[in-house]
Design a protein. Structure first.
Length: 254
């Protein structure tokens, strides 16, 4: 599941392989932008902002969002291209394919920041500001904590995995109100630390133990014993987002 660290890592790979190169192929497979051809233009920048990714090419900016299932596949040709491809970029021997992208649009490069102007501080960005993020988090004190952490207007980069893990390490259930957070700045700083430590990994780890099956506290562990107390991990899949928690280690506070 792509989250801010995955997008940051993806941008780093694209940056290494494409920046400074001239596109020899640009095939956009979204009807609205099907006539856009950036062949012959140089790739100047690749950057991430929360869960958004921008490839700046000549006068344009290729803006993508992975949503739930999207990815960018980058390698020396050939990289498989099938019906799921939304865009194919080539620069000599390098091919980058955007697969199952939730959002793909071609923007005016000088105004591409408007697409992310609504976002809160980026956990992995130069604009990271823990004080502002903490204030955003506490702006609606009655809101469920997991919901607030997932709101990209509060802070940009947390997805469902980190939301569940952050609730666990805070000792609060996902349904607990934001007002129950004793130290908001510490919580948002912990969020930043989690993403920062995982920014070069495809398989994220929040427990400090990178061995297979030991990387996460509660996410994806329904019915398994809590790593701290042994209580079976709870699970709720009825909402828009699935939640996991330990009923002994995490307080509900409602």
């Amino acid at each position: 599941m792509p989250e801010g660290d995955t997008v940051w890592h993806t941008a780093a790979v694209l940056r290494e392989r494409l920046v400074g190169r001239t596109l020899t192929r640009c095939d956009v497979r979204v009807p609205r932008y099907a006539t856009v051809d950036l062949t012959g233009e140089s790739v100047d920048e690749v950057l991430s902002r929360g869960k958004h990714l921008f490839i700046r090419v000549g006068p344009a900016s290729i803006h993508s969002h992975l949503k739930m299932d999207g990815s960018w596949r980058v390698a020396d040709r050939p990289v498989r291209v099938d019906h799921r491809a939304r865009i194919v970029l080539e620069a000599g021997a390098v091919r980058a394919v955007g697969v199952d992208l939730g959002v793909l649009e071609i923007l005016d490069r000088d105004r591409d920041d408007e697409a992310v102007a609504h976002l809160g501080p980026d956990l992995l960005g130069a604009d990271w500001d823990p004080a502002r993020a903490a204030a955003n988090l506490m702006a609606r004190p009655d809101r469920p904590l997991a919901e607030a952490l997932l709101d990209q207007r509060v802070l940009a980069g947390v997805g469902n995995v980190y939301s569940n893990e952050l609730c666990f390490v805070s000792g609060l259930a996902p349904t607990a109100p934001v007002s129950a957070v004793a130290d908001p700045r510490r919580l948002v700083s912990r969020a930043r630390e989690m993403l920062w430590l995982n920014r070069f990994r495809w398989n994220r780890c929040t427990t400090g133990d990178t061995r297979a099956g030991r990387q996460l506290w509660v996410y994806g562990r329904a019915g398994q014993p809590c790593r701290r107390c042994g209580t079976p991990v709870g699970y709720d899949g009825t909402g828009e987002r699935v939640t996991y928690w330990c009923a002994s280690c995490q307080r509900d506070m409602r």
